[in-house]
Design a protein around this ligand. Structure first.
Ligand code: ADP
Length: 445
């Protein structure tokens, strides 16, 4: 069993691509931890650095309390499964699963029993004597997982293992993989770009963007309480509405969110008013999930300052619900354009990792600090307001519509894309935090 700490880890590929930048993270012993983010954000690079398949450019990697930057892959007791689980084509499923045990010289009868037990757990026992080419993609992937888990690794790494399978099989396998790795108690790091896979499987997860860690927490924490506008938008389906407003503190009224053609008023007794007031006169992004908007009948009473209005432009049937799109005249924000770190002209670690700190104590040259510049410019566009509609309450295209806003669930972000109001994270039952002793404790999230 193993815990993993990344202490200010950077990765720069030859040619200068900064793939991972100052990542601080602790993955607890026995956790199913998911790395989530769009393609190219550095997820696989982090996984490969943990496996020892890529060098670490800056910072330190700790495995079970020991710095492992220079540890050979074979000395890490790590097993890895990729998108296309590689199997030996001329060996049967059983032959493939037996192979790691044969290499380590295990007792043959015990190895057989172990292979059959794991194959049963993976639902491939009936095809154990077949060759890989006679199996479906899902069966092959189960066999690859079996081969990786058979020698009971301390750390199990999975890089998009389901992305080449069809949607139905993906759903089925993600449930089984999560149950299997939880039953073995093996610390597992799972890479995916699929937010549903991440939310449904993870004990905790990290969201990455452009090699930078944007948020870490349980799926519920990150969904309800996202640290940045990018995270709020990445974990939302249907998409969160991100509205551009200017915030004004108005005596006697409250905090006015000025959207240009429309306004909302947050009352002074709102618990977030004290944090919001410091943004008086500034641009903020207001995040409103579709289920935070409730259509109200025309002319029915609503508290002043709590209603947005628009004209229904499109309706969509999603089976379990209808979504409506309304033109409101409000400018929306593109989350992908907000808060991107400026591309560095050349790479230099921002803060020294532990080894660098030790080196500098020994009189070697120290690293210089370099602040991250935030790109504050927003790409603005006009888009529709998305909201859910209750069954039987469906408006028609072209109808004028009024929507009350549930302020408690509205999120506020600054021009740098970060949350304006404090982030409240409560411990989650599934997370198994274990303290790192202070003398060995690097800073991590
Ligand atoms: P993800 O797994 O999130 O899709 P990767 O870790 O594969 O992202 O890649 C992160 C960034 O590093 C990308 O910009 C990618 O093009 C770049 N990259 C990955 N591998 C290499 C490599 N061997 N050489 C140069 N650049 C690479």
């Amino acid at each position: 069993m193993t815990d993993v700490v990344l202490d200010g880890v950077d990765k720069v590929y030859p040619g200068g691509v900064v793939a991972v930048r100052n990542v601080r993270l602790k993955i607890n012993d026995g956790e199913l931890f998911v790395l989530l983010g769009p393609s190219g954000c550095g997820k696989s690079t982090i996984l490969r650095m943990i496996a020892g398949l890529e060098d670490i450019t800056g910072g330190d990697l700790w495995l079970n309390g020991t710095v492992a930057n220079d540890l050979q892959p074979r000395d890490r007791n790590v097993a890895m499964v990729f998108q296309e689980g590689a199997l030996y084509p001329h060996r049967t499923v059983k032959g493939n699963m037996m192979f790691p045990l044969e290499v380590s010289g295990d007792d043959r009868a015990e190895a057989h029993a172990k292979v059959h037990e794991l194959a049963r757990a993976l639902g491939i026992n009936s095809m154990i004597d077949r060759l890989p080419r006679t199996l479906s993609g899902g069966q092959r992937q189960r066999a690859a997982i079996g081969r990786a888990l058979i020698r009971e690794p301390s750390l199990f790494l999975m890089d998009e293992p389901l992305s080449s399978l069809d949607a139905g099989l993906r759903t089925e396998l993600r449930v089984e993989i999560a149950a299997l790795v939880r039953s073995t108690g093996t610390t597992t790091v799972y890479v995916t770009h699929d937010q549903v896979e991440a939310m449904t499987m993870a004990d905790r997860m990290a969201v990455l963007r452009d090699g930078v860690l944007e948020d870490v927490g349980t799926p519920e924490q990150i969904y309800e309480d996202p640290a940045t506008v990018f995270v709020a938008a990445f974990l939302s389906s249907p998409p969160i509405n991100l509205l551009q407003a200017t915030l004004w503190a108005v005596e006697g009224e409250g905090l006015l969110l000025d959207f240009g053609q429309q306004r909302l008023t947050i009352p002074w007794n709102d618990p977030r008013a004290s944090s919001l007031i410091s943004h008086h006169g500034q641009a903020v992004t207001v995040g409103i999930r579709p289920d935070t908007l409730m259509p109200i009948a025309p002319g029915s009473p609503a508290a002043s300052g709590t209603v947005l209005s628009g004209q229904v432009r499109a309706l969509e049937f999603h089976g379990h619900e209808w979504l409506a799109y309304a033109e409101t005249g409000i400018t929306t924000v593109d989350a992908n354009e907000v808060g991107r770190p400026a591309a560095p002209a050349s790479y230099e670690p921002e803060r020294p990792g532990l080894l660098d700190r030790v080196r500098s104590m020994l009189g070697r040259p120290s690293q210089t600090e370099e602040p991250v510049e935030e790109h504050a410019g927003h790409h603005r566009r006009r888009a529709d307001l998305v909201f859910r509609i209750a069954p039987g309450d469906r408006p028609n295209r072209g109808d004028r519509i009024a929507l009350t806003v549930d302020f408690e669930r509205v999120l506020f972000f600054g021009a740098d894309g970060k949350r304006v109001t404090p982030i409240h994270r409560t411990p989650h039952a599934n997370a198994k935090p274990r303290e790192v002793r202070s003398h060995e404790a690097p800073r991590h999230q």
